[in-house]
Design a binder for this molecule. Sequence first.
Ligand code: MGD
Ligand code: MGD
Ligand code: SF4
Ligand code: MO
Length: 749
Amino acid sequence: MSKPPIDLNDPSIEACKSTCFFCHTNCGTIAYVKDGEVIRVEGDPDHSTNRGGLCSRGNIALKHLDHPDRINTPLKRKGEKGAGQWEEITWEQALDEIAERLKVIREESGAEALATCGGTVRTDDWARRRFMNLFGSPNSFHNALLCWIPTFMIETAVSGWSPFGADLDNARIAVLWGANPGASVLPTMRTLTDCQKKGMKLMVIDPRYTATAAHADLWVPLRPGSDLALALAWLNVIIGEYLYDEDFCRDYCTGFDELAEHVKQYTPQWAAPLTDLTPTQIRESARMYAKNKPGSIMWGTSMDQQGRASGAAIHARALIRAIMGNINVTGGDIQTGPGLEFMVDEEFECNDVLSEEQRAKQLGSDKYKLCTWPGYGLIRDIALDTWGAAPPSEWMCEANAPSVWRAILEGEPYRVRALICCATNPVNSYGDSKVVLEALKKVEFLVTCEYWMTSAALYADYVMPIAGALERPVIHNNYGCATVFHGGRRAISPLHDRGTDFQFWRGLGLRLGQDDEEDWPWECEEEAYFDIVYPTGLEIESYDEFVDEIGGSYSSDFNPNAWREEGFPTRSGKVELKSSVLEELGYPGLPTYVGAPEAHAEDPEVVESFPLILTTGGGFMPFHHSEEFNIKELRFLRPDPYFDINPETAQKLGIKKKDWCWIETMRGRIKQRACLTNGIAPNTIYTQRGWWYPERTLTPGEDDPFGVLESNTNVLTAASFEDCDPISGTWACRGLRCRVYKVQEGGAR
Ligand SMILES: Nc1nc2c(c(=O)[nH]1)N[C@H]1C(S)=C(S)[C@@H](COP(=O)(O)OP(=O)(O)OC[C@H]3O[C@@H](n4cnc5c(=O)[nH]c(N)nc54)[C@H](O)[C@@H]3O)O[C@H]1N2
Ligand SMILES: Nc1nc2c(c(=O)[nH]1)N[C@H]1C(S)=C(S)[C@@H](COP(=O)(O)OP(=O)(O)OC[C@H]3O[C@@H](n4cnc5c(=O)[nH]c(N)nc54)[C@H](O)[C@@H]3O)O[C@H]1N2
Ligand code: SF4
Ligand SMILES: [Mo]
């Protein structure tokens, strides 16, 4: 049924440039507002990202805005934890009481006894970090370790910054190495196919034949979790066959000779049995990238999610790009450095307020050193020396999540007593869900800032009702790590008794002795965002004017070749193929093979009991991680969870199309339905992520509320200390050992 047209001549209707935040693509929207009510949301045709388009999530913005399941007022727990009994209270009362409790915990156990937990970027994460630094705790963390943080930090260690984009218009090839924009970032997929029409080649390295692989000139179906072996073998081929950029390696890199010697051992024959590719496939794929220069290897999450092997794999990928001279060159991957013409997130964070003594207490920083204070401190100093601006500590310098869950449960090295979950659904999205759920049940004091009643909200002492993207302004500035930003306006004030995350952190800070002039001089987001935009010199007097008059976009000029002239922003001024930063932290300076992502994957008894290889990674439409499962218009498209299995394997196991099956790893088992497809190898299984059943009614005392452990792929993932990457601390979601068997009659839900 088509929608009634909007009467644009109706003076009572305002068209407001707003932003979609159902994923961090942040498409531009036009929200039509009449009498303080949003009556329609459309894609903004003038927005450079989406050019008027919206995906199925963007199109349900109005259903999301006032969905009957939304939490609309602060909730205080009445009964037992997890009983689902609440008293509705005001923001004032909630913030007063939360602050009082945190004060006592800080006095008794130190500020580090408070941790805060986040998910993928939403908005204003700097406000959370500012609050935590001023409070005195180093234990802020996200699951963003699974998603770009290890990549950013390792690439920055090697070549001074991480590529934030690619000059695809001039590239001869784009390699998607564990990225599936056909399901995950739709506007990028459109750009890629447009460039293909102009002659660019596309290679997809992915164990699954995806929507993106279907467009590829070459699909490389490697075994999940074997990216490190493949990347090392590519280095072997590119160097062994003299395909690298000799001038670039000589003039702009250090450590080439040692790298060449080091990768001699990693031949295609060596990598073949590890990757399930033939030596010819390995050689041909390496040649295709190297011979189509300039080219890009675009970022994808896969390598960030390979546990023990992640850091080395990311390092090897960074070196492939570097020895090809494909960084900061027309048609290559582009590292811009921080945005120097506007205020970057790090400037908001008050990092200098956190004492050395508190930094040293950051959980996990003794084991995993790059993405915690030891490594971040080094990288931040180099960036500040070079530019006077640095990457944000929120994201790049975080407590290690598996270490925090254990600190809650075991009190080692000290007990975390209070946890604030903000913009995350941790049982569904962090590794080893059973441990996470246990930690949420056990932590002494839990606060959750949410849209919905998730499992993290259910066990909370207070739940804060958070306003969505139509109810607040949004600025998408890549945390200041790139030189562009986009912004949209608040279409309406928060509905009901909702508030924004910014209001929560500010309100809590002020009650804990933080100052309203020094520490929190902005009363609302618009005031803070004006500070971001102001240094650009644009002639505006407010943030809203930036959106309305300037169009809400800003981009600095960037000369991709400049760094060759001026030197790369590393200590030596060169691309450090052998990384001095990694060596200083006690890691190998060159990427070295470490085995499968999961610690015990190659033990013979494990291989025998768990004969298949599992990947739990890959976003799929229409859901964003665990979100939108309660929106029936989207759930209708995917009522049940499905895993991919090759028909040959299914037949051997007596599994038919749509059968409910158990998928089991060393941590536990979940149920999903079988999707038989030749787009996956016979030894490989792919499970969908995010699943829970918000429609289920709660039974008091239930161990598995909303079925969060029933079909949730993270029950299967590996996050013990030995599974984590020693460099970054990320855990293993891709390349795990598993077995599959049918659910017996009566066992299905
Ligand atoms: N629909 C949808 N879109 C999303 C999201 C979502 O949840 N749903 N999430 C958003 C977020 S936060 C992010 S970070 C991006 C991530 O988006 P992408 O970077 O595209 O990452 P994924 O979709 O997680 O995985 C990409 C591909 O990796 C493949 N893969 C699985 N295991 C391996 C492996 O071991 N090696 C290799 N090389 N490939 C492997 C999967 O089959 C999948 O096709 O997507 C964003 N967009
Ligand atoms: N096994 C496996 N695990 C993965 C991945 C994988 O590929 N495989 N992918 C990983 C990746 S890339 C990421 S980024 C993470 C995502 O991890 P999360 O971000 O934790 O995942 P979501 O399910 O999106 O949960 C976000 C929650 O925040 C709420 N929310 C949304 N917007 C806001 C807001 O503005 N404010 C507040 N307060 N709440 C809000 C939503 O209602 C939702 O419940 O998951 C990771 N987990
Ligand atoms: S891709 Fe979809 S969900 Fe993401 S910002 Fe754009 S419209 Fe929103
Ligand atoms: Mo992500």
